[in-house]
Each structure stands twice: as C-alpha cells, then as structure tokens.
Design a protein around this ligand. Structure first.
Ligand SMILES: NC(=O)c1ccc[n+]([C@@H]2O[C@H](COP(=O)([O-])OP(=O)(O)OC[C@H]3O[C@@H](n4cnc5c(N)ncnc54)[C@H](OP(=O)(O)O)[C@@H]3O)[C@@H](O)[C@H]2O)c1
Length: 338
C-alpha cells in the first residue's frame, strides 16, 4: 500500500515522503480500513514541527482521522461487517491507503455525509462534543467564547453551542473567517487581528463576561480569557497553537503567558480551568471516545452537526495541505482524498 511518511521535522514541503509498505493486519478488537479520505489536525502540524510529545519516532505515519470501507475485522469485533462505510480515529497511521483502528473508535458514516466530511467528525467533532457536552454541559442562555472559531474543532463547538441556545462569541483571524462565523450563526464574531477580544466581549456583556471559554490558542489568550469568566465560569484549555510558530524564547514566554492559578483564587470566585487531551481520555477510558463518537453521529442525524470541508488535497499535495493548515488559511476541515 501507499503511505505518506513524515521523515523529518521541519518545513511542510520537505518533510514527507510517499513509500510502498505492506498492508497492516487487523488484530483483536481492531478493523482494517481501506481509506478513501484522511483528515489533517493541527496536532499533525505540531508533530511535524517536533512539538507533539505523543507523536511516534521518525520516520512515522501521522493521521488521526480516516473514512472508508472495512477491509478486514479482527477477532471480537461485533456490530460491523466487511464492506461497511465507516469513519474512525486512528492512533497515528491515518496517512495511508489502509489504516488500523480500534473498533471502539469507529462508527458507520451517516448516509448524508461524504467520506471527506466524515473525517471531520472523528477527532475534531468528538473533541468538541467532549468539551462542550461532557465536561462543561452547555445550557440554554450560557454565554460562550470560542477561540479560533472558524477551525475544525471551533466549527463543531459553535454548532453545539447554537443547538443548546447559547449566546456565542467567536474569534478568527481574517475577514473571510469572520464572514464564515456569521454564516455559522455566531452572534458576536471578533477579528482578533483588529479588535481586542476582551474589550469586544465586555462591550456586550458589561463586566459580567462569559460562562464558558474554549481555548486552543494558549499563551496570553488563556490569561485574557480568564479575566472574562463569570462566577461559575469554566475555561476549557485544549491546545497551544500559540507555541507552534515560535523559537525557544518565544515558546517559554508563551508558556509563562498562560498565567499561574492558585486553587484558592479559583475557588473564591467559583471559576474552573479544565484541561482536555483526548489521547489521555482514549488511554484511560476508551468507552468515552465510543460514547462521544456515537453522540456525534446522533447529532449529525438530527442536523445539528454539519461538518465543513475547507479544502480537499491529493496525496501528492500533502505538503501544500500542511502548509495551508499551518498558515491559518483553512476554514473547517483539511482533507486528503486518495
Ligand atoms: N486536546 C485535544 O485532545 C485536542 C484535540 C483536537 C484538537 N486540539 C487542538 O485544537 C485546536 C484546533 O485544532 P484543529 O485541528 O481544529 O485546527 P484548526 O482550528 O482548524 O486550525 C488551527 C487554527 O488556529 C488558529 N490559530 C491561532 N493561533 C495560531 C497559531 N499561532 N498558529 C496557527 N494557527 C493558529 C488559526 O485560526 P485563526 O486564523 O482564526 O487564528 C488556525 O486556522 C488545535 O490547537 C489543536 O491542537 C486538541
């Protein structure tokens, strides 16, 4: 099979190499998927830049999201048949013509959804569902701030917040993305390049601020987000994109910029910071991943979750796909189609 290896850390255009390698075999509890499309995640960019601790040693296959048909089932897998169209989370290995997944991390593709769109529903939508339904339990009337709202996870968070009847603030870094946020039903889109998001939120809420902040940017974005939290507010910290384009001193500054928070000063105003890392959840409680994936499918069926495919690339364009995501040009999901 063809597989696209990350052979070194660095630039998007010179770090990948397509190789011919043997097809893997499904072990106990696993499925082998003939991949129609695989998705990119911002974590792939971090891995290429050498900033993703969980990434396998080089040369390696990245890739968390695939969609395609089941080619082979390992022992003990029930509820699926060879030939089923499925989407799945892969623990790396997705950048290939065939990929292995744990059956727990696989679901049939809803009929209305293309394989390209299905790749968004696994990691990005499951992360968003876990963050907004599982750990923060959004309620009607909650005010929510979504950082990087036009991205893959951001789009899913906005769709869930809209479904729950929340007042939605979301940030993005270009006028195209602001137009997209308006189309998504965001009540208060904020272009953080020309507006200060704290000031813009406060213009609407007064000193009350918001109930929930979803932040995957990190650095001073977290510290500023904390100043916006109401009593009872939660800040979900699930990424650190701010670290990605900095030298060692810039990274150190970004880490310090997050701020330091003593539990007493969270308890007294009744505020919480919640860290989310789906890989750790998958290690510790894989049934939560299965639950989130099933809920995501249910919400697609209800028309709540509608994945947005920003751009589809060919396998030979993997460098361009990475560059597109890294340079913040993408809206929604970036996909590679075999
Ligand atoms: N913790 C977890 O388990 C988990 C799971 C999935 C994803 N994530 C994290 O969630 C975030 C979103 O992931 P995604 O795959 O959906 O990506 P994405 O949001 O589609 O793309 C990243 C976006 O982040 C914004 N951004 C802000 N600062 C940036 C910077 N310094 N460099 C590059 N982009 C920057 C850009 O939007 P603007 O142009 O609007 O700034 C960019 O388009 C990432 O940080 C990712 O690592 C975490």
């Amino acid at each position: 099979m063809k597989a696209i290896y990350l052979t070194k850390q660095g630039d998007a255009f010179s770090s990948f190499e397509q190789r011919e390698v043997p097809k893997p075999k499904a072990g106990k509890g696993q499925a082998l998927i003939k991949v129609e499309a695989f998705g990119l995640n911002f974590a792939d960019v971090m891995a290429r830049r050498g900033m993703y601790k969980e990434a396998p040693p080089l040369p390696c296959l990245l890739g968390y999201d695939v969609a395609g048909t089941i080619e082979q089932l390992g022992d003990g897998v029930t509820g699926f048949s060879v030939g089923d169209r499925v989407m799945a989370m892969t623990r790396f290995g997705g950048y290939a013509e065939y990929a292995l997944t744990e059956a727990l991390a696989m679901a049939k593709i809803p009929t209305s959804i293309s394989s390209a769109a299905a790749t968004a529903l696994t990691t990005q939508y499951c992360t968003a569902y876990y963050a907004s339904a599982y750990v923060t339990n959004l309620f009607a009337g909650d005010s929510v701030l979504v950082q990087a709202g036009a991205g893959g996870v951001g789009t899913a968070l906005i769709q869930y917040a809209k479904y729950k009847g929340c007042q939605i603030f979301a940030t993005a870094g270009s006028s195209d993305k602001i137009e997209y946020l308006k189309k998504c039903g965001v009540h208060h889109p904020i272009n953080y390049k020309s507006q200060d998001f704290v000031e813009e939120v406060k213009k609407v809420t007064g000193k009350n601020g918001v109930d929930i902040v979803f932040d995957a940017v990190g650095g001073k974005s977290v510290k500023k987000g904390m100043t916006l939290l109401n009593s009872g507010g939660r800040l979900v910290c699930y990424g650190a994109a701010d670290l990605s384009d900095k030298n060692i001193f810039g990274k150190l500054k970004s880490v310090l910029d997050f701020g330091i928070y003593h539990p007493l000063f969270l308890m007294m105003p009744s505020k919480a910071i919640i860290g989310v890392n789906m890989l750790k959840i998958a290690d510790n409680k894989p049934q939560i991943i299965q639950h989130c994936l099933q809920k995501v499918v249910d919400l697609v069926d209800k028309g709540v979750f509608v994945p947005e495919v920003g751009q589809v690339f060919k396998p030979a364009e993997i460098g361009a796909a990475h560059d597109f995501l890294e340079k913040r040009k993408s809206i929604g999901k970036v996909v590679v189609q075999w």
